[in-house]
Design a protein around this ligand. Structure first.
Ligand code: HEC
Length: 118
């Protein structure tokens, strides 16, 4: 009969654990992205799959598919307050995203990457 040593078993168990937990760390990023969007009231004007005042984010992901500048463009969009047109035709400065601590590019990048992955 085949014998499996303790250390081989430990390696197998560790391997399975890493495999099983890998998707969870991506989900944590998604949770952080959603939380940041929620605290910034982004969902007042955006939804994932339908348009509100702003485009649904799945549509944004579609628009930037294959565009190597997508991440940089959206980070700029969220930090520069460029003019956007609302559904009623009025023009406003787009929301400038706030992070805690302030200007945390990693958090903004995480949100942008999540939007682009939709
Ligand atoms: C007052 C309404 C409003 C709020 C609040 C708002 N947005 Fe927008 N957003 C818009 C509008 C309108 C556009 C469309 C811009 C255009 O296409 O001219 C837009 C566009 C976008 C785009 C697409 C940009 C592109 O280049 O295609 C992203 C991504 C986005 N918003 C993310 C966010 C995030 C993240 C937040 C929260 C920090 C947020 N928005 C808050 C109205 C809003």
């Amino acid at each position: 009969m085949m014998q499996i040593s303790r250390s081989a078993l430990a390696t197998i168990v560790t391997g399975i654990a890493i495999f099983a937990f890998a998707p969870t760390s991506r989900a944590a990023d998604m949770d952080a992205a959603k939380a940041l969007a929620r605290t910034n009231n982004c969902f007042k004007c955006h939804a994932i799959s339908r348009d509100k005042d702003g485009p649904g984010w799945r549509k944004t992901a579609e628009k930037y598919k294959g565009n190597p500048d997508a991440e940089a463009k959206l980070i700029h969009h969220l930090t520069s307050g460029e003019m956007v047109k609302l559904a009623d035709g009025s023009q406003v400065h787009h929301e400038i995203i706030k992070t805690d601590p302030a200007n945390d590019t990693a958090q903004i990048k995480n949100l942008v990457d999540w939007i682009l992955s939709l």
